[in-house]
Write a new protein. Sequence first.
Length: 308
Amino acid sequence: MARKTQKISFAERIHSWRNSRARRSRARDWNWVAILKVVAVIGFLAASGAFLRYAEAYVKTISPAEEGSLILVGVPNWADCNLTARVADVAGGRQFPLTEETAFVVARNLASMAWLADVDVQVTHNAVRVNARWRKPVALIDIPEDHLKRYVDADLVVLDYLPMPHLPIVEIKGVALFKGVPLPGQVFDQPDLAAGVALTLLLHRMDAELTPKNPLLEHIASIDVRNYNGRKNTRESHIVLRSKDNTQIIWGAEVGEWTKHGEAKDDQKLAKLYTYYRDYGSLSAGAKYINLRDPQDKVPQPTEKYRN
């Protein structure tokens, strides 16, 4: 039996061609969509990388500011390394960030430092500079029962204790501690202590003028003011010094008060003391005491003796 041949009309061929073309067109469209998606992913990744690089640069920009060293300006030659180290510790260290707040922070920290006054802090492009007036200790107050030691400067400002063996610091004994010792940075405004400090400063000036290489004060251990203004005994010396080799030096009344008690003038007392020191090379020379109170008609001035 012969097989029939199916004839496709021209219209059906046109319809089939159109369907095939549509399929090819849709395939091409899907290919472009895929390509666009790949391009979009690549673009996103590239943008993400650029953002991360920008963020890294931004983090570096806002990282902590550069640091600068602490510089103490105008440190006096008597201030040793222990004191300057203490100042640096109180300030907050040796390195600081160079920011606008640093000067305020350092100045605030050093406000509690009794050893410094008139503190001025400046932050430069590479350092933190501290300029201040340094308080020099001239006398020591030792209170054994309280296990307490304190210095005072020429203005009677109390300083916390820090060993300073290179300075001729004299201990003031017999200070009446009715209200105790003020805190560091406060003024110890008490007349007997002021009298001891006044005599110490007088000896400092004489040493600078006459014996700068071998100061007499280095041989003085203490100044006793327990009989200040004759409060214990009006007939006894108001102020007594004691040398480190235990020689008693009878000074007499407070500086400037000699005329009220019929004693030698202050410059006469100094002349006798420094002449003795020059002649014997020390404050002992076998003597148990040196009496400076009694007035004399002719007392050689120390400047005359030291020039001969």
